[in-house]
Design a protein around this ligand. Structure first.
Ligand SMILES: *Cc1c(COP(=O)(O)O)cnc(C)c1O
Length: 435
């Protein structure tokens, strides 16, 4: 078939999937304008793909590493080798990569509580951390928080323009400061995501003032977006979730901590038990998915990035606020679009849901979710429950009426989801496509 013929049939198929021709045409035009941007993303993906393959070859990954273990999990060679592969990719001395780590918050909790002792102080020089960390640290009182164990906390706000307040950071570092936590991704806050280079500059600054302080980076949503990771620029620990970027959509559960050997060991002593550490923990047969997911992760992350940039360009061109904007460089996979009304947020999420491979027939509705001070609408049709490397969107029903979305295991699914969001916005009379 010629390209024209495929294009014709493609349009027919999209129509069959309830996407109007004018939406398709508008989005196609935007897609064509992004060719160079996408090529640059593919180049980063190629680099990271080779980095992953190199690490797997070096550690002689083989079929036997995919076998499951049970019980204590002594001598789980697949588990130990996977950790060596992670350590090589992140260029660290050691790694803890486990399906038993429940989520990103748990990985961060293990890293923090393993490395902090009563009387120590934790410093966040980048403003408020991710919501769930508030309970972990004790910013919001919670049973078993670090605060309950006598770990104090200090926070330095970012400057107005989102940059680091170096004089205030210097003042905040004191004899008790043991660990500095740096969140790479903005998460759901209105501040820029930091580049790896910026994080490196901050770490150098902190280490100049206090060389023995442990610098930890919350790397969630940032893995494989650039060719280097925070561990390449001085971070003592990088921490993240396997149901985000590094799991490649295949990891059924888990988290990782990579970094200095002593830091990782203290974390492992917390995850299992003092004296046991990394030696225990049966992988229960999920090794293959963790390896294969890591192998796919550079490509999957590239797909998510393309989807984010595509959405930014479409919605910005239609007059909506988008963060990051259509041309900014990217350091994580999260995209915010501001429809500006509750109806817009709902329509956007309905479109994402309608494009899902799983649960496409359900209609998401806003509801009062625990932990939120307003109704929230969530769209997700994922193979792995809650996986936010898969195409997903959520929007709190309150001003500024923004939707945060991320993911797309494949670029073509991301593209379809975003086109469907526009379709639903159009059907609700909230956008008018220029002719
Ligand atoms: C996702 C995320 C976390 C951890 O969230 P979980 O839902 O517990 O996996 C922490 N920090 C950031 C920046 C995140 O994006």
């Amino acid at each position: 078939m010629t390209n024209d013929k495929i294009e014709y049939e493609l349009k027919g198929l999209y129509e069959h999937l309830h996407l109007d021709e004018d939406v398709y045409d508008y989005c196609s035009k935007i897609e064509k304008s992004l060719k160079e941007r996408f090529e640059a993303i593919d180049q980063v993906a190629e680099y990271n793909q080779l980095k992953a393959i190199h690490a797997m070859q070096k550690n002689r990954v083989s079929e036997r590493h995919f076998a499951g273990t049970t019980g204590y999990g002594y001598d789980d060679d697949g588990r130990d080798t996977l950790e060596k592969v992670y350590a090589d990719i992140f260029h660290t001395e050691d790694a803890l990569v486990r399906p038993h780590i429940t989520c990103g918050t748990h990985a961060l909790t293990v890293a923090l509580s393993g490395n902090l002792r009563p009387g120590d102080e934790l410093l966040s020089p980048v403003g408020k951390p991710y919501d769930t960390l508030e309970g972990v640290i004790g910013i919001r009182p919670e049973v078993g928080s670090l605060a309950e164990y006598g770990v104090t906390y200090r926070q330095v706000e970012l400057l107005e323009d989102g940059s680091f307040d170096y004089p205030a950071i210097e003042k905040a570092i004191n004899e008790k400061t043991k660990l500095v936590t740096i969140q790479r991704s903005k998460g759901y806050l209105p501040r820029p995501t930091f580049s790896v280079q910026q994080i490196g500059e901050l770490i150098s600054f902190v280490k100049k003032i206090k060389p023995d302080v442990i610098c930890m980076v919350d790397n969630c949503y940032g893995e494989f977006v650039e060719t280097i990771e925070p561990s390449d620029v001085g971070a003592d620990m990088c921490v993240g979730s396997l149901i985000k970027n590094p799991g490649g959509g295949l990891a059924p559960s888990g988290g990782y901590i990579v970094g200095r050997k002593d830091c990782v060991e203290r974390a492992a002593y917390r995850l299992t038990a003092p004296g046991l550490g990394k030696e225990l923990g049966a992988n229960l047969g999920v090794n293959r998915a963790l390896y294969q997911g890591l192998f796919l992760a550079p490509q999957v992350t590239a797909s998510a990035l393309k989807s984010a940039i595509f959405a930014a360009n479409i919605y910005e061109s239609l007059g909506f606020k988008v963060v990051p904007n259509s041309t900014e460089s990217r350091h994580d996979i999260i995209q915010a679009v501001v429809p500006g009304t509750a109806e817009g947020v709902i329509a956007f999420c309905k479109g994402i849901q309608a494009a899902a491979p799983v649960d496409s027939y359900v209609t998401p509705e806003p509801w009062a979710m625990p932990g939120y001070d307003c109704d929230v609408i969530m769209a997700a049709g994922a193979f792995i429950s809650g996986s936010s490397i898969e195409l997903s969107a959520d929007g709190p029903i309150k001003p500024p009426y923004a939707v945060y979305f991320q993911g797309g295991l494949t670029w073509h699914h991301g593209k379809f989801g975003i086109m469907m969001s526009l379709q639903k916005m159009k059907e609700a009379g909230l956008v008018h496509l220029p002719l």
